[in-house]
Design a protein around this ligand. Structure first.
Ligand code: HEM
Length: 131
């Protein structure tokens, strides 16, 4: 038996308050996926300084790591990457028909695990010991 839902109009942005766990999972997955694509360009730009010698490359990295804002952004990047990976693996299981009845729980588990990994990373990133 199929079920029908009243999803309202797409243009009504106020609907975010009614979003289900699945909708948030969808939004977060899209957001994190495209942030990772955006980061890829930054990553290539930084790495490509190595083509002009180790000195410039090391200087670029040290210059970036010396900035507190960069270290904060790294924590954010880790959060984005870890969530995308965990939720992505969860989605692949869902595609295989595994855990269909507990999708909300597995989404919350991805969030909690992401949070735990990110919190554990904070001393390393913000400590700036790598500089
Ligand atoms: C282990 C690593 C990763 C896993 C398991 C993973 C998993 C997935 C899965 C399953 C989807 C499809 C979701 C759906 O059914 O709609 C997806 C979408 C996507 N992923 Fe990943 N992914 C990974 C890494 C990455 C990386 C490194 C990038 C970027 C460089 C990336 C960018 C994207 C983008 C842009 C989408 C499409 C988002 C959209 O729906 O608009 N992913 N990922």
């Amino acid at each position: 038996m199929s079920q029908s839902f009243n999803r309202g109009t797409v243009e009504d942005f106020g609907r975010w308050r009614e979003f289900s766990a699945g909708m948030w999972a969808w939004i977060f997955h899209k957001f994190t996926g495209w942030v990772l694509v955006g980061y890829l360009f930054t990553h290539i730009a930084v790495l490509s300084t190595a083509t002009q010698g180790a000195e410039l490359y090391n200087g670029t990295l040290q210059g970036l790591e010396a900035l507190l804002i960069v270290r904060f952004l790294e924590v954010g990047l880790l959060a984005v990457a870890v969530f995308h990976i965990l939720n992505g693996l969860r989605l692949l299981f869902v595609d295989l028909g595994v855990g269909l009845e507990s999708q909300d729980k597995s989404f919350y588990a991805s969030l909690v695990l992401t949070g735990a990994i990110v919190v554990a990373s904070i001393p390393t990133f913000l400590g700036g010991k790598l500089v």
